[in-house]
Structure formats: C-alpha cells, structure tokens
Design a protein around this ligand. Structure first.
Ligand code: AR6
Length: 173
C-alpha cells in the first residue's frame, strides 16, 4: 500500500471511549437503544443524553449508520452502525463492508477528520476477527483514497489478540 495511505490508518489497543478524536463508531443493534459490549461502554461514558437522542432516531437497519453527538465523551460525534450477526454467509461480508462505508460517508458529511472504529460484529455478533479485519481495513483504504478530508482512521482493539490481528494485516500491506 502506498505510504501516504498507510499513514492515515492506525491500530491502537484500549477503550474506544477514551481517545480525543472527532468521532467514534459504535457497534450498536437495530434499536439503537444501547446494549452490552462496546455499545454499553459508549452509553455509560457518554451519559443519558445519548440514549435520549437515540430514542428520537427510530432505529437503524443492519449495514447502515446514524450519527449523534458525543455528549460526555472526548469525541464530538458517535457514529452508530449495526453490524451483521455472523451466519457465515457471503451476505455478511457485504453488510460489514456497508457498515464501514456508511460510517465513513457520515464522517465526511459531518467534517470529521479523525475517526476511531471498534471491531464491529466481532463480539456477541460472532464475526471472525481475521475476516472482519480484512474487510474493515480494505474498505477504509479504498474510501480514504477517494476522500482526502478524512485524515486518520484508528482501529481500536480491546483485546491484545485482536490488536495483533490488525497489526499483522496492516504490516502485510
Ligand atoms: N472499546 C473498544 N472495543 C471494545 C470495548 C471498548 N470499550 N468493549 C468491547 N469492545 P460487541 P458486536 C470490543 O459485542 O459483536 C451490543 O450489545 C469487543 O471486544 O460490543 O457488533 C450491541 O447492543 C469486540 O471485539 O459488538 C449489539 O446488540 C468488539 O468491541 C451487539 O452487542 C465488538 O463487540 C453488537 O455486537
């Protein structure tokens, strides 16, 4: 991959509620009314105003994305996307690709230049991390090539195993 493009993607280990980026992505469910995993962590850290705004949205179909304010987070915005529940079908990969594309599209429309992604679908939704990593990185790389306004995409991994998967894949490009 060309170095300039590579410089705009980064992997970090830790909690996605912490970084001071313009937007973080939430791995939400169709209701957008909160849940466990990263969704629970984001709602806890952002505060109850987030749930109040989410109630006005009316849910989100799988593969799409919706934007809210970040409230008590350092991030100005939260981009909520709903990943597929992994059933091993090719359709899953299309929906996971759409999550990444639609999240980045909302980022561009809202002048977001730094954005952090968790491993969407890789927790309770059961998507294999290696496959999900390839989809997320390849989709982001293609998007960044066409959209110069997004300066940095950070893939934030909670576990060291997932962090290693991302580092290995990015280093292989
Ligand atoms: N920061 C970064 N990553 C995290 C954090 C955190 N604070 N907490 C967990 N992860 P999951 P999904 C990682 O299950 O599979 C919710 O209940 C986690 O280790 O949060 O898309 C929603 O409401 C995993 O690698 O999301 C939905 O019902 C990744 O985030 C459902 O879970 C995603 O795991 C969505 O399931």
């Amino acid at each position: 991959m060309n170095k300039k493009l590579h410089d705009r993607m980064e992997v970090m280990q830790g909690d996605i509620t912490k970084p001071d980026v313009d937007a973080i992505v939430n791995a939400a469910n169709n209701s957008l009314l909160g849940g466990g995993g990263v969704d629970g962590a984001i709602h806890s850290a952002a505060g109850p105003e987030l749930l109040a705004e989410c109630r006005t949205i009316g849910g989100c179909p799988t593969g799409e994305a919706r934007i809210t304010k970040g409230y008590r987070l350092p991030a100005q915005y939260i981009i909520h996307t709903v990943g597929p529940v992994c059933s091993g079908k090719p359709r899953d990969s299309k929906l996971l690709t759409s999550c990444c594309q639609n999240s980045l599209q909302l980022a561009v429309e809202n002048n977001v230049s730094t954005i952090a992604f968790p491993a969407v679908s890789c927790g309770v939704y059961g998507y294999p991390i290696k496959d999900a990593c390839k989809i997320a990185v390849d989709t982001a790389a293609a998007f960044l090539k066409e959209n110069l306004s997004v300066k940095k995409v950070i893939f934030i991994q909670f576990s060291s195993e997932n962090y290693d998967v991302y580092m290995d894949y990015l280093n292989s490009l």
